[in-house]
Design a protein around this ligand. Structure first.
Ligand code: PEP
Length: 250
């Protein structure tokens, strides 16, 4: 059965003391059981420290990115093996900031996904349309094309390693959230698209997260939708109490 997940994408925020302090605050707040898995994605230099500080808790530390190649002349990149050697088993791939700011193409994202899954990692695969695409009524086509190009070379078995995150770009960091109905509509669409390729069992068991200005005040009504299995949270994950309040919305 699919899992509820609340994942915090810290992006390029928090130096080492801030990373440690945020983790300390999160650990202090872990006083009850959550009805979801908790993940945090600190910046790469601090993953090892973050992993060691949380490995005795329910928090999983995940990577914000990974290289598609195994090793070699890829200055500035980080490989699957490197991540796994420090205990990291999940990676976010295809965030809109990677697509838009760094020009990561669907083909590159498919290669990254395959590289991670081939070595047994889990992938949080992001998709989402821009405002113009939604206004033009192309949002379903945009997002299904991203999923098709990024994931449809996988087998159904490999797809078990994938969590999908639907993040409308117009809602990321803008304070504007998709309505719970808009999120549900897209998540249901994505689930049936996944079913068309991988079958019903895979579709039912794939967690689909919503991302885009999720906050404690709106999390409960978004997470209440039947095809929304949690959130990928940016800004609000930088405050421990807000992040835990969002996780408590389940
Ligand atoms: C994100 O970056 O994945 C995100 C959803 O950011 P925010 O929650 O700040 O909109």
């Amino acid at each position: 059965m699919r899992k509820n997940i609340v994942a915090g994408n810290w992006k390029m925020n928090c130096d080492l003391p801030q990373t440690q302090s945020l983790i300390t605050d999160l650990k202090t707040g872990l006083v009850k059981e959550f009805n979801c898995e908790l993940m945090i994605a600190p910046s790469h230099p601090f993953l090892y420290n973050a992993f060691n500080s949380t490995c005795d808790t329910v928090i999983e530390v995940v990577s914000q990115n990974v290289c598609e190649a195994e090793k070699g002349a890829y200055t500035g990149e980080i490989s699957v093996d490197m991540l796994q050697s420090i205990g990291i088993q999940t990676v976010i791939i295809g965030h809109s900031e990677r697509r838009d700011t760094y020009g990561e193409t669907d083909e590159l994202l498919a290669a990254k996904t395959k590289a991670a899954i081939d070595k047994g990692m889990k992938v949080i695969f992001c998709c989402g349309e821009h405002l113009e695409e939604r206004k033009a009524g192309n949002h379903f086509d945009t997002v299904t094309a991203q999923i098709e190009k990024g994931l449809f070379d996988l087998t159904a078995k490999e797809m078990e390693k994938v969590v999908v995150a639907y993040e409308p770009v117009w809602a990321i960091g803008t304070g504007e959230t998709a309505s719970p109905e808009q999120a549900q509509e897209m998540h249901a669409h994505l689930r049936s698209f996944i079913e068309s390729k991988f079958g019903k069992d895979t579709a039912i068991n794939t967690s689909i997260l919503y991302g885009g200005s999720v906050k404690p005040a709106n999390a409960a009504e978004i997470f209440a939708k039947p095809d929304v299995d949690g959130g990928l949270v940016g800004g609000a994950s930088l405050d421990a109490q807000s992040f835990l309040d969002i996780a408590n919305a389940f």
